[in-house]
Design a protein around this ligand. Structure first.
Ligand SMILES: *[C@@H]1O[C@H](CO)[C@@H](O)[C@H](O)[C@H]1NC(C)=O
Ligand SMILES: *[C@@H]1O[C@H](CO)[C@@H](O)[C@H](O)[C@H]1NC(C)=O
Ligand SMILES: *[C@@H]1O[C@H](CO)[C@@H](O)[C@H](O)[C@H]1NC(C)=O
Ligand SMILES: [Zn+2]
Length: 305
């Protein structure tokens, strides 16, 4: 009798270990979906999480915020880049000589990846929102602090360890050749775990024209383990890709491996916005001014502002 109970107890003990084991395999929806992340990854329940909604009526203009300067983004060399479907996103490793200046420290580039939704014609898919508005997708270019830390794995858990450039992506009529340098190869990495070598290209082509207008705040990785180590820069200017390019991102990739019986679409890989709590969001410009300048000559909005 006792032996039976011991066996039963042991069975459940093992089952439990198994469930903890698979919990490392987080997802966006479902049993280990984003509302459960904090249970398995404590930092995800922290008070300085990302992404956030940027409320431009609450941002603080900081004239000391100089334009972001990508360094070596156009020195792509002659070795191919590697594109990887990691089951959560499409990720591309960046050469170590690419870096970014204009931030409080020097940060070296590590990788870039995308977040997106599931429906063409619906502007959801970005992680950050501005005044409550999402865009169709968002690019993250991840860098680590080389002045304080030895490498990415050390930096990503530490304060001031990472700097991420966030680019909001909208759908439009024209094909974006820069983004095409990535999107044209998604068909080679449809399943999780697949990699493909692609021709190197100028990473500047992925950025908006205006690098002087952005929002800046302290936050976290937007995926588990959600370490609160990221200095975020969200550019105010959006970039555009074509509707068919957007559809390609949304429909070509699977989050499942090739050998799995039921392919699972890799879609809606964005986290919902997190509470700002006591944080301040700085802006390098006065948001209202831009609006005024943009419409100058068409309507005089001075009275309205
Ligand atoms: C990163 O740096 C730390 C500290 O110097 C070191 O212990 C660790 O092995 C390094 N990790 C990698 C992946 O290079
Ligand atoms: C960026 O915007 C600022 C402010 O509107 C403007 O002065 C500057 O010329 C713009 N730069 C580029 C590269 O468009
Ligand atoms: C981010 O946090 C650091 C302290 O670690 C602080 O010095 C800095 O001002 C903060 N930056 C922003 C934009 O809030
Ligand atoms: Zn990201």
């Amino acid at each position: 009798m006792d032996l039976v109970w011991i066996t039963v107890a042991f069975f459940f003990f093992c089952k439990c270990l198994e469930c903890l084991g698979t919990a490392k395999e987080w997802t966006y929806a479902g049993a280990v979906g984003q509302t459960e992340w904090a249970e398995f990854f404590p930092d995800c329940g922290g008070s300085s999480q990302s992404p956030i909604n940027v409320d431009t009526s609450q941002t603080l203009y900081d004239p000391m915020l100089i334009p972001v300067q990508p360094l070596g983004y156009n020195h792509y060399g002659n070795r191919p880049f590697t594109l990887y479907n990691n089951g959560h996103t499409v990720q591309m490793t960046l050469p170590h000589w690419m870096s970014v200046a204009g931030l409080p420290w020097h940060y070296s580039a590590v990788q870039l990846h995308l977040h997106w939704g599931s429906e063409v014609g619906v502007a959801t898919g970005s992680e950050h929102t501005i005044n409550g508005h999402s865009t169709a997708a968002e690019l993250h270019i991840v860098h680590y602090n080389t002045e304080i830390y030895a490498n990415m794995s050390e930096a990503k858990t530490q304060e001031n360890g990472l700097a991420v450039l966030a680019i909001l992506i909208e759908a439009g009529e024209e094909i974006n050749q820069g983004y095409g340098s990535i999107l044209n190869y998604l068909g080679h990495i449809r399943y999780a775990g697949q990699k493909v070598a692609i021709p190197a290209f100028d990473i500047n082509l992925l950025l908006p024209d205006n690098l002087s207008q952005y929002f800046r705040y302290n936050g976290s990785l937007t995926t588990p383990p959600c370490h609160q180590s990221v200095l975020w820069t969200i550019f105010n200017e959006r970039v555009k890709i074509s509707h068919s390019q957007l559809m390609k991102i949304q429909t070509v990739l699977y989050s499942s491996k090739e050998e799995e019986a039921e392919p699972m679409a890799l879609q809606d890989n964005y986290r919902t916005t997190q509470p700002l709590n006591r944080r301040t969001v700085l802006s390098s410009f006065i948001p209202g001014m831009i609006w005024k300048l943009k419409f100058k000559g068409i309507v005089d909005l001075n009275d309205m502002l």
